[in-house]
Design a protein around this ligand. Structure first.
Ligand code: OGA
Ligand code: NI
Length: 300
């Protein structure tokens, strides 16, 4: 999707999403300077390439921490270990969280300070377009529904001696409203389409947008959270950056009223709150969408 001030095509594109069950898309012409995008990817890579002593203070298995570094999907809970390091930071508003961002590399705080507000603006614009495309009020998705702590997720996949033996990230759906992903210039992201894994190759200066499970529920299944994964490669390290948009913990998530009718389009999901989904994600087999969503689905 090409975003620019003059063009009216985004609305049309979003409207056509109504009829597409399962999509990911790229956003280009988003207005965030390319240099800033390069800076955020570089600083993430620099962080992971620092000596262990500099990174160790941030290591934690406690998912409630605002800033934490961990390996795989959580080293203790996983049976197979994944080839990823991850720095996840609560990030918006920056003034609230920046004191918890890592002190090194020296320019990390400065770059986050510039990038996060720009990213948030883009997220807001996309949410307005998605709302309109679904036939909802423009601001339907911009309140509490998307104002839980926004996470900046730095993923780092070191070169892997034998990529056939492990993945960077297993098959999963994002447990968010939406995720915007910067892939840098090394491929590794794959999406599941008709039982086939399709590589989503990097497109310079673009964000990949994934619908998350919360949006699937709100749209009553019209927009599907797409299953995806990250593979590794032998030769080069890969750094990706995700902006993960969640609801506040109090916000009630349920299919939007105007999208359901008892007769023709009954609600597919019951009401719940984000922490209920997070609990399932933390305790059940998160790589199985059916198992993850079983408790939230209404059986008709
Ligand atoms: C994620 C994710 C894929 C990638 O962070 O949720 O799916 O390519 N990342 O790093
Ligand atoms: Ni993901």
């Amino acid at each position: 999707m090409r975003l620019s001030k003059r063009s009216s095509t985004p609305q049309k594109n979003m409207a056509s999403l109504r009829y597409t069950s399962s999509v990911i898309f790229w956003v280009i012409n988003h207005g965030i300077p390319e240099e800033l995008i390069d800076d955020v990817i570089s600083v993430a890579q620099e962080f992971f390439e620092m000596p262990v002593e500099d990174k160790a203070p941030y290591y934690s298995e406690d998912p409630t921490k605002d800033t934490r570094l961990f390996t795989g999907q959580g080293f203790r809970k996983e049976n197979i270990h994944f080839w990823r390091d991850c720095l996840i930071m609560s990030a918006y508003p920056v003034e609230k969280y920046e004191h918890q961002f890592p002190e090194k590399p020296d320019n990390l705080k400065r770059i986050m300070g510039k990038f996060v507000p720009e990213g948030r603006k883009l997220v807001r614009r996309l949410l307005e377009l998605i709302s309109k495309g679904l036939g909802l009020e423009e601001d339907y998705l911009t309140g509490d529904i998307s104002e839980g702590s926004m996470k900046m997720v730095f993923n780092y996949y070191p070169p892997c001696p034998d990529p056939s033996l492990t993945l960077g990230l297993p098959k999963h759906c994002d447990i968010t409203l939406i995720n915007l992903l910067l892939q840098g210039n090394v491929s590794g992201l794959q999406v599941l389409h008709d039982d086939n894994w399709i590589s989503v190759d990097p497109l310079p200066n673009s964000f990949v947008v994934n619908f998350g499970l919360l949006l699937e529920v709100i749209s009553n299944g019209l927009l599907k959270a797409v299953e995806h994964r990250a593979v590794t490669n032998k030769n080069v390290a890969r750094t990706s950056i995700a902006m993960a948009i969640r609801s506040t913990d109090d916000c009630i998530i349920c299919p939007a009223e105007v999208l359901v009718s008892e007769e023709h389009n009954p609600p597919v999901y019951r009401s719940f709150r984000f922490p209920d989904l997070f609990e399932v994600f933390s305790t059940k087999n998160a790589d199985d969408k059916e198992i993850m969503m079983k408790d939230f689905r209404i059986k008709n």
